[in-house]
Design a protein around this ligand. Structure first.
Ligand SMILES: *Cc1c(COP(=O)(O)O)cnc(C)c1O
Length: 356
């Protein structure tokens, strides 16, 4: 197939809102840059590529996506490196995952090249919104939803893809208290857990609220069959340091293929740390904790990068982990990743993509 030249129609705002933002104290997910990218899918193809003001959009109440959950999203970040250049971290992996989510939800895929070009243009126009310190970044939210005005339960024939951005500061400020969940399930085998599909997150809110009422921040999800094996923590992949070994459950149907997870495993391996991808039972965690071998536990994902877990609640008892200050391994990996992202060291992996 011949590749078509992508025309993105751009309509810039007359007046920026950037002066309303306090870049020294950016709340997560509440500040949005001036512009957004939009594209529509109709008659079997993507069209009407445009960048315009970030603003309300209007839909009819019968819009399919609002009723039956054909909605997917991605989350990624742009960093301003120490030379002032704007860099993305593995952006094509996110767009490829968006397409895997699309396939699972019976939605159309969107060319990675198109999304990369749109992202480049969007970041070029809103470049001032990329924070200038090495604790912050520009969060990017691509998403897609069904737009047919129809109430039958069937795949929509029309869709919209939007990508907007917003500056973010450091994510989790406090170490996490997580609770092992033995009743509710995030993702059953054969379900949609490997897709970033809206319903997965909506379904997790209620059990998370119950855990929060008991004093925890997040749930440590277990498998849907036996509630015995650890899967993810909240909306992050999860890793443990048992003895000197870094252990994490393998991705699949029920565990999302995190890009941070993949990067951490790669970095750890190259740092000479022993890495194991295998199932981890809560019994094993309990045993190793009792033997003093559970040295570290943390969530990994784009928003937080590495979120240390300070305690794990299981059947009413709390397993307290070693103090956060003494966590050598996860700190070394977090620092290594940060140094690559902000250009403090060379990137030997080809992960960083210049947006200039
Ligand atoms: C997005 C997400 C992650 C982390 O993925 P990254 O690519 O590292 O951001 C992990 N688990 C779930 C359920 C997620 O939605």
């Amino acid at each position: 197939m011949e590749s078509e030249i992508i025309q993105i129609k751009t309509d810039r705002v007359e007046k920026t809102r950037i002066h309303e933002v306090d870049f020294n104290n950016i709340p997560f997910g509440r500040e949005f840059s001036d512009h957004m990218f939009m594209a529509d899918y109709k008659n079997g193809k993507w069209c009407d590529f445009r960048i315009e003001q970030y603003r309300p959009i209007e839909y009819k109440p019968a819009m399919l996506g609002l009723h039956y959950g054909q909605t997917i999203f991605e989350g990624m970040k742009a960093y301003r490196n120490i030379d002032g250049e704007i860099m993305m971290f593995r952006p094509t992996d996110n767009f490829e995952r968006l397409n895997r989510s699309a396939i699972r939800m019976c939605m159309p895929t969107i060319p990675v090249d198109l999304m990369m070009e749109a992202l480049r243009e969007l970041i070029r126009i809103d470049s001032e919104w990329v924070p200038k310190d090495t604790e912050s970044a520009l969060y990017i939210r691509p998403f897609m939803f069904a737009t047919d005005e129809f109430l039958g339960v069937k795949p929509s024939e029309t869709y919209r893809c939007i990508m907007f951005t917003g500056p973010v500061g450091p994510y989790y400020k406090t170490p996490l208290k997580v609770m092992v969940e033995e009743h509710y399930t995030r993702a059953p085998k054969g379900g949609t857990g490997s897709a970033k599909a809206g319903g997965n997150y909506g379904g997790a809110l209620y059990p998370t609220k119950l855990a929060q009422e008991k004093g925890y921040h997040q749930i440590l999800w277990t498998d849907s069959f036996e509630h015995k094996y650890i899967e993810e923590s909240g909306t992050m992949n999860v890793m443990f340091q048992i003895g000197e070994t870094l252990v994490t459950p393998p991705t699949g149907d029920t565990i999302l293929q995190g890009i941070t997870r993949d990067s951490v495993l790669r970095l750890a391996t190259d740092m000479g740390i022993a890495v194991e991808e295998r199932r981890i039972s809560i019994d094993e965690i309990k045993l190793e904790h009792g033997r003093g071998q559970l040295n570290d536990a943390f969530g990994v994902g784009t928003a937080a990068t590495i979120a240390p877990i300070e305690l794990i609640g299981y059947r009413g008892e709390d397993m307290v982990l070693p103090s956060i200050d003494g966590r050598v391994l996860s700190k070394k990996i977090a620092d290594g990743l940060k140094a690559i992202r902000y250009g403090e060291v060379a990137d030997p992996y080809g992960w960083m993509v210049s947006m200039n």
